[in-house]
Design a protein around this ligand. Structure first.
Ligand code: TRP
Length: 333
């Protein structure tokens, strides 16, 4: 019996290199060995985009195409849409009795997000919505509705997984041993830095290269990337370790990396030339991904079918699991 993997992505935008190296590459490895459920978490995306449903709707297909473009195989991965599995919403309601409000308020991921969304939630979080505060509960339902055993996530998500395990333990202690405690699978690659040198590449930070960026956009972004600030003239020696251009040469495995490094250190390569080389290599790197994506862009009905089939399988699995859960809770009337 293959173990069950469950992970989710919020459909709020296209995937960037941070997603690819931090998560996508991991999924590619895991798709062969596990029963893989990949949730397009539209309900969760609405917790902080409830006033912008068009954005969420549009990005369901966008993000699915990005995931297919990097090489995820719909024969191996069940892509499904969260809102099409009402069992998750049902389970969220049951779990909401097993979590205190103060525990949610202390969840580090939730706390960080509230701090980042001051305009949305007010300075002291006094206008934070019930739905947003409760999204870790809903995420616990996402995972356990499918008996998810392994959950590949970034380290920012660890408090959510801990919260899920607490809910599982509480559930089992009250209603009897029913649910499995999920384990995280941490990504083997580190977080990808932004073009601006920020520790994190992020959609909202404006420092990301998206897998769908066209050549012009890539060229402009890379031309604006941060290099060694101490290098003033083209033939000044510089430190590649503080240069984002070198960082990306390394990230995408430029076979010419050693030359890039030694020439940079000697002052034998100007930043503009170095950026031009990176632009070329970046375009080569993204080419097969874009080609694969084009297949789906030209045949959007393929994407609909993949989501439909995956959702059907996910629904069957969730229905089974809900039977066990309702029985344990003595509400299997
Ligand atoms: N919270 C995750 C994120 O923002 C997305 C997500 C939703 C998720 N449901 C999940 C991740 C279940 C893992 C398991 O990236």
């Amino acid at each position: 019996m293959k173990k069950t993997i469950l992970t989710g992505l919020r459909p709020t935008g296209n995937l960037h290199l941070g997603h690819y190296f931090g998560a996508g590459k991991n999924y590619l490895k895991m798709q062969n060995d596990y029963d893989f459920y990949l949730e397009i978490a539209d309900v969760q995306a609405l917790t902080d985009n409830f006033d912008n449903p068009e954005k969420v709707r549009k990005n369901i297909k966008e993000i699915t195409m990005d995931l297919l473009a990097i090489g995820l195989d719909p024969e191996k991965v069940n892509f499904f849409i969260q809102s099409k599995i009402p069992e998750i919403a049902e389970l969220t309601v049951f779990y909401s009795n097993l979590v205190t409000v103060s525990r949610l308020q202390r969840n580090p991921t939730v706390k960080n997000e509230i701090a980042q969304k001051k305009e949305l939630f007010g300075n002291n979080g006094e206008s934070i919505t019930y739905g947003f505060l409760g999204y870790p509960v809903s995420q616990a339902a996402d995972i356990t509705c499918f008996n998810g055993e392994l959950v590949p996530v970034g380290d920012d998500q660890l408090p959510l997984l801990e919260q899920c395990r607490e809910i599982v333990r509480k559930f089992n202690s009250i209603y009897g041993e029913t649910l499995k405690e999920p384990e995280q699978v941490l990504s083997t690659t580190t977080r990808v830095k932004g073009l601006d040198g920020n520790e994190k590449m992020g959609k909202s930070l404006g420092n990301a290269i998206f897998l769908v960026d066209d050549e012009d956009t890539i060229s402009k972004k890379i031309m604006g990337a941060i290099t060694d600030p101490n290098k003033i003239k083209k033939d000044d020696p510089a430190d590649p370790d503080v240069c984002m251009v070198y960082y990306y040469h390394k990230l995408i495995d430029n076979p010419n990396l050693e030359t890039v490094c030694s020439e940079c250190k000697k002052g034998a390569r100007g930043c503009v030339a170095c950026k031009r080389e990176l632009i070329e290599k970046m375009n080569e790197f993204l080419k097969p991904i874009k080609e694969e994506r084009k297949k789906y862009e030209d045949n959007p009905e393929l994407v609909d079918k993949i989501l439909e089939d995956g959702t059907k399988k996910a629904k069957a699995k969730a229905e089974e699991q809900m039977k066990n859960i309702r029985k344990a809770m003595k509400i299997d009337y």
